[in-house]
Design a protein around this ligand. Structure first.
Ligand SMILES: [Fe+2]
Length: 503
């Protein structure tokens, strides 16, 4: 708290008034040593003029002064300034002004002059805190006014691009920020996998080509988390606020670079609520109004860039661990093989392929020394590894193109008996496609050399799968897979050259 206060001290100006130079000097030393910004005067009349012509937050003044006593100085100042926070210094208790005067003149505190100024310092500190609170209240009031004024403007604008721009422009002054962006699903895209709309301001006023590539995996995961959990995510550099529509669905996110954590944040939330409802309103109309052809081209490009970024992350994960290189390609292949064997429809097959390719993408967040450790993992390290399914789901949640893949990635380490992670689901609670990927994943792991063992032989692997049926794996799926095992191409030859995501 002290540290925070110290940082904020520079925002406040103190006026020091005492007709004795010695007192001014001692208090000035104290203020300087504690980092305060101040000015001093020995002339009471001059002090009144200084307050009139210059902004001060706090005034410390002597009571017994010539030619004007402190209470008279305050009286004059209160005629034109009610905001100034005033601390009165008194010589002796007997010489203090009556309490009534102190109340009447709205003097916030007084303290006796003494050799050490500990008490004064405490009064100043608590004064600065009150001033800070008053400022926040004023800001809150101003901010609410701004929001109320800007809402009709947002509603009036029809093209979504304009609304996004307007939302950003309105947000900036609320929290004194210069950098922000807004990322929302594009409702006018008729395809199943919705694309996204993006608008940035400040350093995010960049073309869509650059946007995804400037984000790192953690940041993308945070965006996904905000959307998935419908909660604000506070980062060192700013805050991610989900835009939530009236059905409690996430439309997208606003990111604002700011250190605001309290009232400013509340304002951002209020504003985001307004922005969400105006956006969902606009989306209804936009289906008619948006110049589809031109916009679609832009969205397609955005989608492609995002996928390029995700693809790069996937390859990074594969590259991190030489013992699992090609693993995700093969998991995709085996998953698709199982899916075809049980007659899944094309859209599920496509989801399986993507799920296989991306199932371990969350390992981008796992430390290399854990990922590559050759000895047995200690429990804490195992817990760290276990985070990857959730992290992966969050990375993919940043935009809705992967919405069907997300549950599969999240649940690919669940077990039929409920002893898996992250959610301990069991049996049919585990999504079918996740149960499929779990088998493909385990199969490929056993088929591969690992740092701590060579690959298992075929009969051994088959036995492991059958033994795990109903306990770790879905029994029917194991049966379907075991039936086609002999028809699969050699393990080493399996490779997916392209993602097969429809751009
Ligand atoms: Fe995994």
């Amino acid at each position: 708290m002290r540290k925070k206060l110290y940082q904020e001290i520079h925002d406040y100006k103190i006026l020091l008034v005492d007709d004795e130079v010695g007192i001014i000097d001692s208090i000035a030393t104290l203020l300087r040593r504690n980092g305060y910004i101040y000015k001093g005067t020995t002339y009471p009349l001059e002090a009144i003029e200084m307050v009139r012509n210059e902004h001060f937050d706090l005034m410390i003044l002597d009571f017994l002064m010539q030619p004007l006593h402190g209470d008279k100085v305050v009286e004059k100042i209160r005629e034109f300034n009610q905001e100034l926070y005033i601390l009165l210094l008194t010589g002796h208790k007997d010489l203090a002004p009556p309490l009534e005067t102190i109340r009447q003149l709205d003097i916030q505190g007084y303290c006796e002059k003494s050799d050490n100024f500990d008490q004064l310092l405490l009064l100043i500190e608590s004064g600065i805190k009150s001033i800070a609170q008053m400022r926040t209240i004023a800001k809150f009031r101003d901010g609410l006014n701004k929001i109320l004024q800007s809402v009709p403007k947002i509603y009036q604008l029809q093209p979504i691009d304009g609304i996004l721009e307007e939302i950003l422009l309105q947000i900036m002054p609320i929290v004194n920020s210069t950098n922000a962006f807004i990322l929302v699903d594009n409702p006018t895209d008729g395809t199943v996998d919705k694309t996204s709309l993006f608008r940035g301001i400040g350093k995010y006023r960049i073309d869509i080509d650059s946007f995804w590539s400037m984000l790192n995996a953690e940041f993308i995961a945070e965006i996904g988390t905000a959307r998935a959990n419908l909660t604000n995510i506070l980062l060192d550099e700013g805050v991610i606020i989900p835009l939530i529509n009236e059905y409690q669905h996430s439309l997208g996110v606003i990111f604002v670079e700011t250190s605001e954590r309290e009232d400013g944040l509340r304002l951002l939330e209020i504003f985001s609520n307004q922005a969400s409802s105006s956006l969902s309103n606009a989306f209804l109309h936009s289906l008619v109004n948006v110049k589809n052809e031109q916009l679609n081209r832009t969205y397609m490009q955005l989608k492609r860039n995002y996928i390029d970024t995700i693809q790069a992350l996937r390859l990074t994960v594969d590259a991190k661990d030489i013992y699992t290189r090609g693993h995700s390609d093969r998991v995709a292949f085996y998953s698709v093989a199982i899916g075809n064997a049980i007659g899944l429809k094309d859209s599920d097959i496509n989801t399986l392929k993507l799920s296989g390719l991306f199932h371990d993408i969350g390992k981008i967040g796992t430390a290399n020394d854990i990922l590559l450790k050759s000895e047995r993992l200690i429990p804490a390290e195992y817990e760290e590894i276990k985070k990857h399914s959730l992290t992966g789901a969050h990375i993919l949640s940043a935009i809705s193109v992967f919405k069907d893949v997300i549950p599969v990635v999240r649940h690919h380490h669940e077990r039929m008996d409920g002893n898996g992670y992250p959610d301990g689901l069991s049996g049919d609670e585990i999504p079918l496609l996740a149960r499929i990927v779990a088998i493909a994943d385990a199969y490929d792991a056993m088929m591969s050399d690992r740092m701590y063992r060579v690959r298992l032989d075929h009969e051994h692997i088959k036995k492991e799968l059958i033994d795990g049926a109903g306990i770790q794996f879905d029994a029917e799926l194991v049966k379907a897979f075991v039936d086609i095992l002999d028809q699969l191409p050699p393990h080493e030859n399996i490779k997916f050259d392209e993602l097969g995501i429809d751009n």
